[in-house]
Design a protein around this ligand. Structure first.
Ligand SMILES: NC(=O)C1=CN([C@@H]2O[C@H](COP(=O)(O)OP(=O)(O)OC[C@H]3O[C@@H](n4cnc5c(N)ncnc54)[C@H](O)[C@@H]3O)[C@@H](O)[C@H]2O)C=CC1
Ligand SMILES: CC(=O)C(=O)O
Ligand SMILES: [K+]
Ligand SMILES: [Mn+2]
Length: 353
């Protein structure tokens, strides 16, 4: 029997609704599979935890998490309790950095039964490889002076190592897919880091002669995500550009509530972390309408990561059969609750046993 030790961190807001739902689905996956077991350990790290303890997680939090096979996280952020930059940097971004999860992979594709807001989205199936440890999300900088003299300086960090790593990941991924990588750049406006990004992209591309490439400035690229999402295979992007593109990718699929993501530790030293693209959705907390599909599809990515892609595919097929039959939450035009969608997915999954 294969055992996977999973640290579960529901976090804030609807994270507390969709993580338990997806864990129930994973328990059903285990039953159907027969040779795979999960051992879940819950961690209460969240903004409420911060109010009680003065930190998003305890001092030895990393130590407590580092030996798990993976981390399964919901969302972080409750601005009524803790400023967003404090909560995210104290937990989500801290885990990504300390556990060297330097790559964030975020697929977007047409799912059966989910209406895209585009009239004719065609059959797109793309994946964004987001650099996840540096770029625009950096602590380097500061603020000085007061009032009308106040100055804020935010430095972007682009290392050759980090940039090459993201690009190699993208090219390796493309070689298993449709053999095309698009680079998200902005070298017409950002004069140091983005020309550097372009040069590294060119250098890395030379090592993959069988992979087609193009580069698009991020402004045009966002427009193409809307007008021609079917043109893309793998897109490699910096931390901020990748963050923005993947909310857009989710929206083009039909809802930010269905988009999955994996924060990948490529060197194998620490666990990877799986969490959907969406945040804690304060506007729908407690209404029972959070779409669980983002978290469930994220669970499928965790299964794939651990070599269980066969059952992962079964799970995504079951999700698609459920959406195809109109058992969907309000964000994608349905009337069903989080619980009803989850129960239906579990029922259909168990029928596969
Ligand atoms: N990875 C993470 O943990 C992230 C955390 N956040 C945090 O989450 C909080 C809210 O941020 P927002 O910018 O409002 O982004 P958000 O993703 O939480 O919500 C944006 C919109 O999408 C809807 N939505 C999101 N997930 C949904 C789901 N599963 N089902 C149905 N509708 C869904 C929300 O109701 C809202 O209308 C903030 O504290 C923010 O910092 C935001 C993005 C990512
Ligand atoms: C913070 C955030 O929005 C993200 O990582 O997607
Ligand atoms: K999330
Ligand atoms: Mn985001």
């Amino acid at each position: 029997m294969k055992q996977l030790k999973i640290a579960s961190i529901p976090g804030d807001g609807i994270g507390k609704e969709v993580v338990p739902a997806a864990i129930d689905v994973l328990k059903a996956v285990s039953e159907v599979h027969g040779g795979l077991q999960f051992e879940f350990t819950d961690f209460p790290y969240s903004c409420e935890y911060y109010l009680e303890h003065g930190a998003m997680m305890p001092e030895d939090g990393l130590e407590r998490l580092k030996d798990f096979d993976s981390i399964f996280l919901g969302a972080v952020g409750n601005e009524k309790l803790v400023p967003d930059h404090v909560s995210l940097w104290g937990l989500l971004i801290k885990l990504r950095r300390e556990f060297e999860q330097q790559i964030n992979i975020r697929p977007a594709k047409v799912l059966n039964g989910i209406q895209s807001p585009l009239v004719n989205p065609k059959d797109f199936d793309l994946i964004v490889v987001r650099e996840n440890s540096e770029g625009e999300y950096s602590e380097v900088g500061g603020r000085i002076f007061r009032e009308e003299d106040e100055i804020a300086i935010q430095n972007n960090i682009f290392s050759r190592k980090g940039t090459e790593r993201a690009m190699h990941y993208a090219f390796d991924l493309a070689s298993k897919r449709n053999k095309h990588v698009t680079s998200a750049t902005k070298s017409n406006g950002i004069v140091h880091s983005m020309p550097f990004w372009d040069e590294v992209f060119q250098d890395v591309a030379k090592q993959y002669p069988e992979i087609g490439t193009d580069k698009q400035h991020i402004d045009a690229l966002t427009a193409f995500f809307v007008t021609h999402p079917d043109r893309f295979d793998v897109i490699v992007a910096s931390n901020l550009f990748g963050d923005i593109l993947t909310d857009l990718g989710a929206a083009v699929m039909g809802s930010i509530g269905i988009a999955p993501a994996g924060n990948i530790n490529v060197n194998g030293k620490y666990p990877s972390m799986f969490e959907p693209v969406h945040g804690s959705a304060p506007d729908i907390i407690g209404k029972g309408v959070a779409n669980p599909i983002g978290q469930i599809w994220t669970a499928k990515m965790m299964l794939d990561h651990h070599g269980e892609d066969e059952i992962g595919k079964v799970l995504l097929d079951v999700v698609e059969s459920t959406t195809a039959d109109g058992i969907i939450t309000p964000d994608i035009g349905g009337k069903h609750s989080t619980q009803e969608v989850t129960d239906e997915i579990i029922k259909r999954l168990k029928a596969k046993a």
